[in-house]
Design a protein around this ligand. Structure first.
Ligand code: C5P
Length: 235
């Protein structure tokens, strides 16, 4: 498959067209941003870790009946994925309190939630990705009722699968963000990435943070944390 024109450049990835109109190539960068682009930096080899970690996790989800955009990894940083229309929602699933939820509920980070929480944010940089509910999604026609049901069901199933997957490598999956896309025939599939950029991973024994919070909060050992996740997955 041939890589052609740059279609889109995001904060962490570039997307290129290919000679197949239904397939695009994603190229992962080392650039890191936080707080809606206010904090900028680079994390050495992040692109490689996120590409390979995300693909491995997506393959596991596919094996467990979750449809994803993954087609084929090309090299360390590049992967072919199905071209989809991204549904402009950040779907967040939480198992323990952390980040913005700690502020919202006034609870300690690490507090166990009685049941997982599913949240929606409107994926719109200019607005700072605001928190929205199902009524907002329907009223603004961001997705249909049927699509929302599919997304909610899939997000909860993905959470169950990922909690088990990461438990096996001694990682506590605190929360994560996923995105979905529509294929040309209208199927809703998992898109974007699942990586240390988009999840909170805490070492299940020590509680050490192994994710982007190390960058957001200037905790140091950022590269080491990303590599640790990579090494545990590929051990
Ligand atoms: O910041 P907050 O606590 O709401 O983040 C919840 C989860 O969603 C975290 O795992 C974070 O990494 C992820 N997230 C993301 N992209 C955003 C916002 C949050 O991947 N734009």
């Amino acid at each position: 498959m041939e890589k052609r024109d740059l279609l889109y450049e995001g904060k962490a990835k570039r997307v290129y067209t290919t000679d197949d109109k239904d397939i695009v190539m994603v190229s992962y960068k080392d650039d890191a941003t936080a707080f809606n682009g206010i904090k900028k930096g680079t994390i050495h080899d992040k692109g490689k870790v996120n590409n390979e970690v995300s693909n491995k996790v997506m393959m596991y989800l596919e094996e467990n009946a979750i449809p994803t955009h993954l087609v084929k990894q090309i090299n360390e940083r590049e992967t072919l994925v199905k071209k989809v229309e991204i549904i402009p929602l950040e779907v967040i699933v939480r198992n323990k309190v952390a980040g913005s939820l700690a502020k919202k509920l006034g609870l300690e980070e690490g507090t166990i939630l009685k049941r997982p929480i599913l949240e929606f944010c409107y994926k719109k940089d200019e607005l700072g990705d605001p928190f929205i509910n199902v009524d907002h999604i329907l009223a603004a026609e961001l997705a249909t009722e049927e699509e929302i049901e599919i997304i909610q069901k899939m997000a909860r199933k993905i959470n169950e699968l990922l909690v088990g997957y990461f438990k096996n490598i001694n990682i506590d999956l605190i929360d994560f963000k996923i995105e979905f896309g529509r294929t040309p025939d209208g199927q809703v599939i998992l898109a974007d990435e699942i990586s240390p950029d988009t999840c909170r991973y805490w070492d299940a024994t020590t509680g050490e943070k192994l994710d982007k919070d190390r960058f957001r909060r200037d905790m140091g050992n950022v590269e080491e944390a990303y590599l640790e996740v990579y090494n545990r997955i590929f051990a």
